[in-house]
Design a protein around this ligand. Structure first.
Ligand code: PGA
Length: 257
């Protein structure tokens, strides 16, 4: 973390978990233990249908509500999709884009990711752009080239003033939901390379203001070590964000003086 130049953001990604009733119960439970996080921003990205319930339930808990996906067209005949304006109208501030599960199961490409980034920025929200390599790519030694390509594609056409609103989440695919975390050094190295890619595109001042998260089996035990890396400015947390006690411990790790 480097709080001097950029904000620390702890974001939960609930994926396809939690009904509306379970969301209310989660809010009641976390209310009892939620810290007054001075140094980090906290949000939970929830299934689209639960955004209104979550916004109400988390309102006075200092937890913002985010979305897990969006469609890039403004409106029209796209059955089942949700637009950026629809999310914005529900007071959503953050939208996860290009999560590896969406790339793997729903045909998301670098091109659709880029269109979604523009849609979210144009609606005045912040995209959390996910990038990450497979185990095979890591073993072949092409991690940094691959991630640089994903970052450049996602940010194509994004002007510097809008880039300040973007968050990049580095999520090695082999670490997601597997209990295998990248070591702090591995994660820190890729995040610093991501910043170098942004620096090459936008210059040093912009690059140092961008929040870069790590995601992939981040939990209450490894969070502090990962967050101690200078270029890791927060986390995108799946499994551990479903358990109030674990999520709070991660927030506490990000909130150390
Ligand atoms: P995980 O998921 O923390 O359960 O590994 C992270 C993510 O997919 O964002």
């Amino acid at each position: 973390m480097n709080r001097r130049y950029r904000k620390t953001v702890i974001a939960g990604n609930w994926k396809m978990n939690m009904t509306a009733s379970e969301t209310k119960k989660f809010a009641e439970d976390i209310r009892k233990i939620m810290p007054r996080a001075k140094w980090c921003e906290t949000l939970l990205c929830v299934p689209a249908c639960n955004i209104p319930v979550a916004s109400k339930a988390f309102k006075d808990l200092r937890i913002s509500v985010g979305a897990e996906n969006v469609y890039f067209e403004e409106k029209g005949a796209y059955t089942g999709e949700v637009s950026a304006e629809m999310l914005k109208d529900l007071a959503v501030k953050y939208v996860i884009i290009g999560h590896s599960e969406r790339r793997q199961y729903f045909g998301e490409t670098d091109q659709t990711v880029n269109k979604k980034v523009h849609a979210v920025l144009n609606a005045g929200m912040s995209p959390i752009i996910c990038v990450g390599e497979s185990l095979e790519q890591r073993e072949t030694g092409i991690t940094n080239e691959w991630i640089a390509l994903q970052v450049k594609s996602a940010l194509f056409g994004v002007p510097a003033d809008k880039l300040r609103r973007c968050i990049i989440a580095y999520e090695p695919i082999w670490a997601i939901g597997t209990g295998k975390t990248a070591t702090a050094e591995q994660a820190g190295e890729v995040c610093s390379n991501i910043r170098a890619t942004i620096r090459s595109l936008y210059g040093a001042r912009v690059a140092r203001s961008v929040t870069i998260q790590y995601g992939g089996s981040m939990n209450e035990k490894n969070a502090a070590e990962l967050l101690a890396q200078p270029d890791i400015d927060g986390g995108l947390i799946g499994g551990a964000s479903l358990v109030p006690e674990k999520f709070v411990e991660i927030i506490n790790a990000a909130n150390q003086e």
